[in-house]
Write a protein that binds this ligand. Structure first.
Ligand code: UTP
Length: 408
């Protein structure tokens, strides 16, 4: 993008200050700032006026889940259908690895974290190993799409190349970068991190499909004839990916999406739960779950909102294409954002000083007509690594991996 175009764009959104130091920058810095302006969606900043209040929700009612006993009964039928689709190349896998992993506190991408005790065991390695289990079962590779962000792309690609993709065929791995969203003060004015760089962060995991489309990756999906995409988070080292029974169950039930869920460990466990919202599939976040909803019971006396999502969904591509141009809800989160002070120095604030803007994958579910809520065994498929110690941590995930026979 040329300077004049950039100026026009920032002016349109009242953000001319991002070019204040332009004449003082080196040629390379100028180029990179212009590129950043080109790639930034400033329209989100208008939402700053709304603040970080919770988004308005519709009427929440329970959604039936397909429980373990029912899945066990139909396992052979589901698995046969899943294997057929997988062998026909109809299923791709999408690893969401664009997050910042702030809670884990490592400077490297989360997938590079070594959770081994007696040998190296990287998070990426565990996930690829899990996918390779299916590859070995079906006798052919599955396309693996890896979403990174500007903040971790180079390191992620270099690491996986160095490790020879942990045995995965490189020809079946495609990287794409998610979009960035600017960070602003409370009035919606973008912060500058340095004179040449706007404060920006990955725009949340909800933009994965539009980023795939924008990055031209959807062409590979079409060319390969992929009809389903199994998206999964980088931090759950136990999850099964593109697992035949889940694929077959979602397909045979004719659902737009399948969501893997676990039975909650306690009514107040911090996981989002599946529900219906105004009659459509949806997810209520744990902090939105009122006491009334927490205590509600279904016809059989079980808690009515008892199934938590683990960020492992199988989407039907044709339905994603229908919703991709629709506007997604924007989540405004108060954060500490590094900024440039009047002396032109970068300051790392001690307290929150503004907003980041994110869209979340869970909001995509509500945009679709039907969802298969598919229970999986918690101890076998849920070991998220969010923190170094304590709940959902390296420690707890190690214990669960060992319980499942993984040598660390
Ligand atoms: P989390 O919400 O746990 O965020 O992401 P995070 O960035 O990994 O960790 P914290 O909150 O900073 O500690 C859930 C999944 O969504 C992906 C993450 O990589 C992870 O797989 N994600 C999140 C993205 O791909 N992009 C984003 O912008 C945010």
């Amino acid at each position: 993008m040329e300077y004049n175009e950039a100026l026009q764009k920032v002016r349109e959104y009242g953000q001319e200050h991002v070019l204040e130091y332009f004449s003082q920058l080196s040629e390379d810095e100028q180029k990179s700032l212009l590129q950043q302006i080109e790639q930034t969606d400033f329209s989100v900043l208008a939402k700053a006026a709304e603040g970080d209040k919770e988004l308005k929700r519709g009427v929440i009612t329970p959604i039936p889940a397909m429980k373990l006993s029912e899945i066990e009964e139909k396992k052979a039928e589901f698995t046969e259908e899943g294997l057929k689709l997988l062998r026909a190349g109809k299923v791709g896998a999408v690893l969401l690895a664009g997050g910042m992993g702030t809670r884990l506190g490592s400077d490297d991408p989360k997938g590079m974290y070594n959770i081994g005790l007696t040998k190296d065991v990287f998070i990426f390695e565990r996930l690829i190993r899990n996918l390779l289990d299916v590859v070995e079962q079906i006798g052919c590779y599955i396309h693996l799409f890896v979403m990174t962000s500007e903040k971790n792309h180079e390191k992620t690609v270099a690491f996986l190349k160095e490790k020879k993709f942990f045995g995965y065929d490189e020809n079946y791995v495609t990287f794409f970068m998610q979009d960035m969203a600017p960070a602003s003060d409370y009035t919606g004015k973008v912060y500058m991190e340095t004179k040449a760089l706007m404060s920006a962060s990955p725009n949340g995991n909800g933009g994965w499909f539009s980023s795939m489309k924008r990055g031209g990756v959807l062409d590979i999906v079409h060319k390969a004839g992929i009809a389903y995409l199994n998206i999964f988070a980088v931090d759950n080292v136990l999850q099964r990916i593109a697992e035949p029974c889940f694929v077959g169950a979602t397909a045979l039930n004719g659902c737009a999406v399948g969501a893997k869920v676990i039975k909650k460990a306690a009514p107040d466990e911090k996981v989002g739960v599946m529900c219906l919202e105004d009659g459509r599939p949806s997810i209520v976040e744990y902090y939105e779950l009122t006491t009334e909803l927490m205590e509600a019971k279904d016809a059989s006396g079980e808690p009515a909102y008892n199934y938590g999502v683990i960020l492992n969904y199988l989407f039907r591509v044709k339905d994603l294409e229908e919703i991709v141009s629709k506007e997604m809800p924007l989540h405004i989160v108060e954060k500490k954002i590094p900024y440039l002070n009047e002396a032109g120095e970068t300051v790392k604030p001690e307290k929150p000083n503004g907003y980041k803007y994110e869209s979340l994958v869970l909001d995509m579910i509500h945009m679709l007509d039907s969802c298969l809520v598919f229970e999986v065994v918690r101890e076998k498929e849920f070991a998220p690594i969010k923190n170094p110690t304590g709940v959902d941590s390296v420690e707890s995930a190690r214990a669960l991996l060992q319980k499942n026979g993984v040598v660390l």
